[in-house]
Design a protein around this ligand. Structure first.
Ligand code: FAD
Length: 397
């Protein structure tokens, strides 16, 4: 995005993309389960920025220059139509990330931007010359390259060491941590229910302020789904400080509290006295999950509502509204994986994305200490910062 915008804004500039991998845009390829969740349904920037646990204030102004609607228009102008799903996520109508890769690479080619793959940048030096700064890049295999301007869009890295070559230029690095991860609950009694989803649940991490309401999915290692991923993003730093050992609780019926559920269950003793509790789920709870609760509450398969003691129904009410689970360590199963942390925003000009430490040096994307929740917000950060940096990078300072 940055290279294309610079190429379109400064047609005389000679632009080279250096990519250490054999191919470009690898994350785009695997993103959104191979469909690429390009952005999120455009909305007022006051609401849109609330989806960024880190970098909200920084992005606010930048989004006025290139927001989700601008992204939709940008791709449409280049032949890619996006569609919006019920939850607001936007994908190419082809449901294929290749459409996005094809669009970006085609546009790069049309602008004569050179792409060199298999070439990593190891470090760079800069000097303040008569005609402005000059960069000298040390590449893999001891190759060198010079440039008048440099834009770094190297993405996130889970370790501070991944940013050392940038901190050499006095850029403060905010310690990186994983964000957007699933919860690992080994030996949980719900593990055999992998694939079962509850569309509306309330999840709270005990001992913290972190809570979220939304869909929860059971997996063969624990819990996933938007509510869990969003909690992992908002709680990224606190959960890392806990070394990913914490307890969370779920109210599977967020519209009700334990007392209301208890009263409903006791009412069933007179409403449906002859029915077996096990045989028909209540409240729209998926059958497999309901049966797992039966087992956990020690309700036999044949027990009828009329036979249930209040003690048994209390156990069930508690499971439905206050199920507790222990997370033990970080899950290694990736769904959408982003790192928070990176280049400190305090060192970056918010209008231009130019470094305050090194003139002529620009940053864009996940390398910055900006990260969004799941739903297309991380790519939007990349499009927005890439676009603005690409517009600014060719200006004579
Ligand atoms: C599995 C997965 C699915 C995702 N799905 C979505 C989604 O659907 N929607 C969404 O919004 N976000 C999604 N994300 C997050 C999103 O992919 C990233 O936030 C986004 O790609 C960041 O873009 P970027 O250009 O900053 O960095 P990246 O896409 O990481 O690109 C950085 C590039 O720089 C190269 N590089 C790194 N260091 C060097 C070096 N020293 N020299 C040369 N090249 C270098 C890397 O090889 C890489 O190609 C997903 C992430 C993952 C891992």
């Amino acid at each position: 995005m940055a290279a294309i915008t610079a190429g379109e804004t400064y047609p005389d500039a000679r632009i080279t993309i250096l990519e250490k991998n054999k191919t470009v845009l690898n994350k785009v390829r695997i993103s959104g389960g191979g469909r690429c969740n390009v952005t999120h349904k455009p909305s007022d920037s006051r609401f849109f920025i609330k989806n960024y646990p880190r970098g909200e204030k920084f992005l606010k102004k930048l989004l006025t220059k290139f927001d989700a609607q601008a992204t939709v228009d940008w791709f449409e102008k280049r032949g890619v139509k996006l569609k919006t799903e019920a939850d607001g996520r936007m994908f190419p109508v082809t449901d294929s990330s290749h459409t996005i890769i094809e669009c970006l690479t085609r546009t790069v080619k049309s602008l004569n931007i050179e792409i060199q793959t298999g070439i990593g940048v190891k470090s760079f030096a800069w000097t303040e010359g008569q005609n402005g700064p000059r960069f000298s890049l040390l590449l893999d295999a001891d190759h060198n390259m010079t440039a008048d301007k440099l834009l770094i869009a190297t993405g996130g890295h889970p370790k501070t060491s991944g940013f050392t070559w940038l901190s050499e230029h006095a850029h403060a690095i905010i310690e990186p941590f994983p964000s957007l991860f699933t919860f690992n609950v080994p030996n949980g009694y719900l593990l055999p229910l992998s694939g079962v989803a509850v569309q509306d649940a309330f999840v709270k991490i005990i001992g913290t302020k972190h809570e979220w309401r939304g869909p929860v999915m059971l997996t063969h290692w624990g819990f996933s789904g938007p509510a869990i991923l969003k909690l992992s993003a908002w709680g990224a730093r606190d959960l890392a400080a806990l070394d990913y050992n914490f307890t969370f609780k779920i109210n599977w019926l967020p519209e009700m509290n334990e007392q209301q559920v208890r009263e409903f269950l006791i009412g069933e003793k007179t409403n449906t006295p002859k029915q077996q509790i096990n045989s028909h789920s209540r409240f729209g709870i998926p059958t497999r999950l309901w049966k797992a609760f039966m087992e956990k509450a020690e309700i036999s398969e044949t027990l009828k509502w009329s036979e249930a003691t209040n003690k048994v129904l209390n156990r069930l009410a508690e499971l439905l509204t206050n199920s507790q689970f222990d997370v033990k360590g970080k899950s290694t199963y990736k769904e959408e994986f982003v790192t928070c942390g990176g280049i400190s925003l305090a060192d970056i000009n918010q209008e231009t994305l130019e470094s305050k430490k090194v003139p002529g040096l620009f940053f864009a994307g996940e390398v910055l200490d900006v990260d969004g929740i799941t739903g297309g917000f991380n790519f939007q950060n990349a499009w927005t910062t890439g676009f603005v940096a690409g517009k600014e990078i060719g200006k004579i300072s």
